[in-house]
Every structure is written in C-alpha cells, then in structure tokens.
Design a protein around this ligand. Structure first.
Ligand code: NAG
Length: 298
C-alpha cells in the first residue's frame, strides 16, 4: 500500500515538474521594469543551493517581457543590459582555506543563473568570515551593504530568513543586518526586504515533490494547481488573509520547471571544490532546488 502511494506521489509530482513552466506567484511584485533586486548571500554556493528557482525565474520573466516590449518598439540601451538582478555575497567561504577558488566558482555559477559579472560582488571582511559558529554583527553587515544598495539604486533585497534554511548562524545574521540597515538609514526606508521561508525539516528534502507540496500548501489550492499546470501564465499576487481577516504581508513563490532544475544543477557543478558526496544528495533531494517561497518583512 505504502509503495503504491509513494509511486503515485512520485507520478503526480513528475507531472507537476514536467507540466509547469517556471511559475512565479507574486511576480508582479517583482516587475523588473521598475525594480532592482539584490540577492544577499553568505557563502559562495548559497546562490545555487537555495536561490536558483528565484534567480532563474526572474531572468526568464525579464527576457519574456523584454521580447514583448521589443515588438512594441521599446529599445533597450546598452548600459543596463540584462535583468536588473544583483548578487552580493558576504564572504568568500574561506572556512577551509578555499576562499580564492570559491570566489571564482561563485561567478561561474552566477553566469549560469543569469547574473552577470558587472552585477555581482563578493565581500571579504575580517568580521564577516565563513564560520559555522559565528553570528555576524548587524551593524557591520548594514555598513558593508549600504554602499552597494545606494550606488545601484536597489529597491528589493532577497535573503535568508531567521531560520537560515540550514540554521547556519551566518545565514541567520543577514536578515537582521538588512533590517538594521533599513531602520538606521532614512534614505532607504522604502527598501523592501523579502526572506526565503525556511520549511520544516520533514519537507526540506522532498526534492521533486517540492512543487506539488508547495502548491497544496497554498490557499485555494485547486485554483493554484490549475495555474500550475498551465491555465494561467503568470501568478497574481495574493494577500493571504489569516482566519481573523487580518491580511498577512504579501508572499511570493517561484517554482522551477525541470529545465531550470537542470540549469541549477549545472550551476552547482561550477562549485567543483564543494562537490563532495553529500552535496549530490542535497541537490537530489532538496526542495530548494525546485521551489522558493518568500515572505515580505514589514
Ligand atoms: C568562529 O567563531 C567562533 C565564535 O564566534 C570563534 O570563537 C572562532 O575563533 C571562530 N573561528 C575562526 C576560525 O575564526
């Protein structure tokens, strides 16, 4: 019985995986014609292990819109070519002394994920080193990221949430740093922060089941499933109300089509120094290779 059930579950999720184009709910929030998005990570390889569905969906969405607009004769200038998606990595990942190599690997991976070299930076700050036990200081994070955000007119920051997906203290420090930045910089009071939802451990390693589970977790899941299997090309932003009728802050979700999953694997392959056996297990079973759910921090 259990075996039949799991085969059925696998078939259903394969169906999701194959039929969905890259879908994004709340994509209108991230209309890249008017937004400039910064992905803030802690270590090289975070971008592909945790954030690939978002980066790939944003790049794709941008190119689709671009193609639509070019036909209505809007001409893009050369200076701002490519999606306005930026990456800032707060360490070179030097815990094992491989910082120099990992910085290069990061750029290779970002290339695969659609973030060009001019739009990505890596910080190597003595107080912000890759360390499995260190909580990074919010003041130092805020001071370090401020110039990148103001110089590039960033409107939205995407980063980890308080669970950090894996519980790594470096990850967990990042949203606190961004909150501190917004609170202490009047000129940046309009900056919006979205954090990647840490799912409970039992659902973290559901792999390709992730898209299906994520659809089922949504309210109006039937409608969502219809959208997922192609009845509507782009999800609309919904304000999910809680039972008392108080609206929750807007949420976004990005789900990868199987081709984007494969691309995320290719990005992971750029991190040769990190490809030990358990990372292969991770990319095979992790839900974050397929789905990113985002919560807006008010
Ligand atoms: C990592 O952080 C801990 C606690 O903050 C500190 O005691 C330790 O010296 C750090 N390790 C390295 C290699 O810097």
């Amino acid at each position: 019985m259990l075996r039949q059930l799991s085969v059925l579950a696998l078939l259903i999720s394969l169906l999701f995986g194959l039929l969905t184009k890259t879908r994004s709910q709340g994509a209108n929030l991230l209309d890249l014609r008017s937004e400039r998005v910064l992905l803030l990570t802690a270590h090289p390889d975070d971008e592909c292990m945790f954030f690939a569905p978002t980066l790939l969906a944003l790049a794709q969405d941008y190119h689709v819109r671009q193609a639509e607009e070019l036909t209505s004769s809007v001409i893009e200038d050369d200076i701002n070519k490519g999606p306005p998606v930026f990456s800032l990595c707060m360490s070179v990942g030097n815990a094992d002394g491989l910082g120099f190599t990992r910085r290069d690997e990061l750029q290779q991976s970002l290339n695969v994920l659609g973030v060009s070299k001019e739009k990505s930076w890596v910080v190597d700050h003595p107080q912000l080193q890759d360390n499995f036990t260190a909580i990074w200081d919010s003041h130092i994070i805020a001071d370090t990221i401020r110039p990148f955000i103001t110089d590039n007119a960033i409107t939205i920051v995407l980063t980890f949430d308080g669970g950090g997906v894996s519980g790594h203290p470096n990850h967990i420090s990042l949203p606190n740093g961004v909150k501190h930045l917004i609170e202490t910089t009047p000129a940046l009071s309009d900056l919006r922060l979205y954090t990647l939802v840490t799912v409970p451990l039992w659902s973290k390693y559901t792999g390709i089941l992730g898209p299906a589970l994520s659809a089922l977790r949504m309210p109006q899941s039937v409608a969502s499933i219809l959208q997922l299997i192609g009845f509507q090309s782009r999800f609309m932003l919904k304000n999910f109300g809680d039972p008392d009728g108080t609206p929750e802050p807007p949420k976004m979700i990005f789900i990868s089509h199987i081709s984007n999953y494969v691309r995320a694997l290719r990005a992971m392959q750029q991190h040769s120094s990190q490809l030990v056996w358990f990372r292969w297990l991770y990319v095979t079973y992790s839900r974050y290779m397929w789905v990113n759910e985002w919560a807006r921090i008010a």
